[in-house]
Design a protein around this ligand. Structure first.
Ligand code: PLP
Length: 444
């Protein structure tokens, strides 16, 4: 059947296939956002909705920040697009230099992409190619972790550990193994910050090395704090132990900081917060405040130099890149975002609000359905008891009722995650958790 212009309807909801959404359910009762400023969205029916999830963990400086908006507007009128292959433009070099001045240790080189998923694929490819250039071409295995989320590319879902994101898509990448999740309800429920139980789970990496032999393993990838699986904070000392084991066996350590990067924990990066330096670090989201899609993969000096030294003079060192790597609008947004983070001291602000946030989150202990509360920096996960035979149903009801009550939070299964813009005020923290408490009493 052909369609004609006369059949086009701007209000047709059918054409769009929405991501990670129950399409039929949504379309029968749509929720639309039409504007945003600071801490609030405006819904299609004119309501102000408190953004309790920084969009999707990305709008750390708040919505429609004047400085970021002006920078993107000026850039689009000056240079709208420039190829990233064999040609540069000033803003991408300026942003790269600016970023590596903020990263810890010698994470001094940065490769740009457009999304967290691309950043993860880039990092995994870098790790395997790095080992080959070092003369260790048998190191091709990648080690992820159960409950890990690393986006939706084949690389990311292979090392990731969320079953629904994996089970539909065949055998995935070969040669991948997984560390166990660091979470135990029995030993960790209602912990404030880092749990004291679970350090021994890092030693599972020794078991995996013993099973496959170090000579087959290229890299380990973990999120410093698991976000999408429901805010799983690492046990005290866990990341340091992983670092030690990786060093012992010549394995690269990749931190996926797509959520933890740019202030979420009250430090620039999770690597700073936990004082553990990975070899490669992936970021996205807060890099541009969510304004223009962009991701950045940071590589330590030894990684970058292995590529530079490993290729003949005049040869391309890494056969990888995207049409929109270092896109001018993304770079303008990134530079302006870095200005705002610095001028408004937002990472320090997150650190100073974290104790208040923690108390507010844990005030929900004892509320109906709540079986665990976890927190770190300006992130909290509130886990609800699933309805018998209907996992996720209570969480979904929580999400829709919160939205109707003027609060946007992220819900995965029966876990509510809150991660607001870092500009949040104490009264808005109160509003957020009071609304959650009220809705918890309303849902079945
Ligand atoms: C840790 C982590 N890695 C990767 C991704 C994927 O990012 P994107 O959705 O931009 O591809 C996400 C997204 O939430 C994430 O949390």
């Amino acid at each position: 059947m052909t369609s004609s212009a006369a059949e086009f309807s701007p209000n047709n909801l059918d054409a769009l296939w929405m991501p990670f959404t129950a399409n039929r359910q949504f379309k029968s009762n749509p929720r639309m956002l039409v504007g945003a400023k600071g801490m609030y969205y405006t819904s299609h029916d004119g309501r102000q909705i408190l953004d309790g999830s920084a969009g999707l963990w990305c709008v750390n400086a708040g919505h429609c920040n004047d400085h970021i908006v002006a920078a993107v507007q000026a850039q689009v009128a000056r240079l709208d697009y420039s190829t990233a292959f064999q040609i540069g433009h000033p803003a991408e070099f300026e942003l790269a230099a600016r970023l590596v001045a903020t990263t810890p240790g010698d994470l001094d080189h940065v490769f740009f992409g457009n999304s967290g998923s691309e950043a993860v694929d880039t990092a995994l490819k870098m790790a395997i190619a790095y080992q080959r250039l070092k003369g260790e071409g048998s190191r091709v295995r990648l080690i992820g972790r159960e409950k890990g989320y690393h986006g939706v590319g084949f690389g990311g879902i292979s090392v990731g550990g969320m079953v629904n994101n994996r089970k539909f898509f065949g055998p995935l990448l070969a040669g991948v193994d997984h560390l166990p999740s660091t979470y135990s309800h029995e030993h960790q429920a209602f912990t404030r910050g880092e749990p004291t139980w679970g350090l021994h789970l890092a030693d599972e990496l020794e078991r995996i090395v013993a099973l496959h032999d170090a000579s087959t393993i290229a890299a380990v990838i973990v999120e410093p704090v698991s976000g999408s699986a429901g805010v799983l904070v690492p046990p005290k000392g866990y990341l340091k132990r992983l670092r030690e084991i990786c060093d012992k066996h010549g394995i690269l350590l990749i931190f996926d900081e797509v959520i933890t990067g740019f202030g979420r924990l009250g430090a620039a990066f999770g690597a700073d917060y936990f004082d553990v330096l990975p070899d490669i670090m992936t970021t996205a989201k807060g890099l541009t405040n969510g304004t223009v899609p962009m991701s950045a993969v940071f590589a330590r000096k030894h990684v970058y130099e292995t590529f530079m030294d490993g290729a003949a003079e005049g040869a391309i060192e890494l056969f990888h890149g995207y049409t929109y790597s270092g896109h001018p609008l993304a770079c303008a947004a990134g530079l302006a975002t870095m200005d705002v983070y610095k001028e408004e001291g937002l990472f320090e602000r997150a650190a100073s609000l974290a104790p208040y946030w923690e108390d507010a989150a844990h005030s929900l202990k004892g509320a109906p359905h709540v079986i665990d509360i976890r927190n770190i920096g300006l992130v909290a996960g509130i886990e609800l008891e699933p309805r018998p035979g209907a996992p996720g149903a209570r969480g979904y009801e929580m999400f829709t009722k919160c939205y109707e009550a003027g609060l946007l939070v992220r819900v995965t299964g029966d876990i509510v995650a809150a991660s607001p813009p870092l500009i949040i005020e104490k009264r808005e923290i109160d509003q957020l958790f009071e609304t959650l408490g009220r809705i918890l009493r309303e849902v079945d």
